[in-house]
Design a protein around this ligand. Structure first.
Ligand code: LMR
Ligand code: MN
Length: 402
């Protein structure tokens, strides 16, 4: 029917918008990308109409069409297109705070931290108390510029504003982290406790953000508790074979061998990893150079763990890894000790773990953990993530990879 209206009134903004909404619904019902793309194009026609002749489109309708257009473009992954629409709209509505903030969010989705920083900075010059801009500005400063003090300050003010979009686990997570890295433990745990109260974290130490709620939770697990003990015993029995492959790979050139940890988790030192499996997929180029290990780790709950990895991990003396938390409670993390000098400590929650050569230890890395290497030579372990034993094989299939 909207098509019929448009046949006689091709410049009807309302009918164009109506048509876009129909396509949008159809896209959803049919899970169809091509319908979604048609919907996006049709929303954009409303904006084009306004460019041709502002009298054709009432402003609230233009605003609505633009919002939908941007939102659907983001969903479809057309981030560059979304930015262009946002820029066009900002020329028309230069004082629209929401629009400016949303452009900052699109830049964040594009991993363009400098552009996002600039947008939120501009917003805060004009609207210094806008909580949405404050949390996002703080987030960028903390995560992309390593500025823990200013980052924490803006995150705190934004969260305290209670404004829409500010009560998100990621903001509490990074505020606490920024405080911990400044040595402000008590303040950090206050933030975490508030997050627990809001239902954003499982407990003050377990702050993963991709969780299944009912799973048994404890920081350190015995091999028996994991139900995977036979698999872990097999790794222990073959630890020397695994060690020899891991050690031999240490002399590979850095570009195709061990890669430096890239998640900004280190306070001091050097820490590198050699991935064999990631998100339930074999890294073939690396496995060909560690064939025996890759054969030994074949076990559905490990090699099929779409929310984990299997990797060698080498840590140099003098390394301190900041307290940190993994992304999900759906996996347990096993460490097989391969080369273990004296002087190492791993804290998980309020418990301590010590590595031993040829022995597997298991912990839940969604609990806060922290590592100190105060020994005299490098330490090497094999990390093997396995599905949490409370998950069904049906859930192994349906949970999204992380
Ligand atoms: C971690 O999983 O964060 C670390 O304990 C890994 C490692 O190599 O010690
Ligand atoms: Mn970790």
């Amino acid at each position: 029917m909207f098509g019929a209206v448009l046949h006689f009134n091709p410049n009807s903004a309302r009918a164009t918008y109506g048509r876009a909404m129909c396509l949008d619904r159809l896209a959803e019902v049919q899970s169809s990308n091509s319908k979604l793309e048609q919907a996006i194009m049709t929303y954009r026609q409303v904006i084009d109409l306004a460019d041709e002749d502002p009298n054709l489109v009432p402003l609230p309708l233009l605003r609505l069409a633009a919002e939908k257009c941007i939102e659907r473009m983001r969903f479809r992954g057309f981030l560059g297109k979304a930015i262009r629409v946002q820029q066009r709209l900002l020329q028309r509505f230069p004082d629209d705070l929401g629009l400016r903030n949303q452009m900052g969010v699109t830049f964040l989705l594009m991993n363009q931290a400098p552009a996002a920083k600039e947008v939120f900075q501009e917003v805060l010059q004009k609207w210094p108390n806008d909580g949405f801009a404050q949390v996002h500005y703080g987030f960028v400063l903390k995560t992309s510029y390593n500025n823990n003090s200013a980052g924490a300050e803006f995150l705190r003010r934004g969260i305290e504003s209670g404004a829409e979009g500010t009560q998100d686990g990621r903001f509490y997570f990074h505020l606490g982290d920024a405080l911990q890295r400044q040595g402000l433990e008590n303040e950090a745990y206050e933030v975490y406790d508030n997050g627990v109260e809001k239902g954003l974290f499982l407990n003050r130490y377990q702050r993963s953000l991709y969780n299944v709620d009912r799973l048994t939770s404890r920081p350190v697990w015995t091999l028996e508790q994991t139900t995977h003990q036979e698999f872990f015993r097999k790794l222990e029995e073959n630890w020397e074979i695994i060690r020899d492959e891991g050690v031999a790979l240490l002399s590979e050139s850095p570009a195709d061998g061990y890669r430096p940890e890239a998640e900004n988790l280190r306070d001091t030192g050097e820490w590198k990893q050699y991935e064999l499996y990631s998100r339930g997929r074999k890294i073939t180029a690396n496995c060909v150079k560690a064939p025996k290990t890759c054969e030994l780790v074949k076990y559905a709950a490990a090699t099929g763990c779409k929310r984990g990895q299997i990797k060698f991990s080498v840590m140099m003396q003098g390394t301190h890894v900041w307290p940190h938390t993994g992304p999900t409670n759906c996996r347990l993390r096993a460490h097989l000790g391969l080369v273990v000098p004296e002087g190492l400590r791993l804290r998980v929650g309020q418990e301590q773990i010590r590595w031993q050569q040829g022995k597997v230890v298991v912990f839940d890395d969604s609990w806060e953990h922290e590592v100190w290497h105060e020994g005299a030579s490098p330490r090497l372990i094999l990390i093997v993530d396995v599905w949490h034993p409370d998950l069904s094989e049906e859930e192994w299939k349906t949970l999204s990879p992380i």
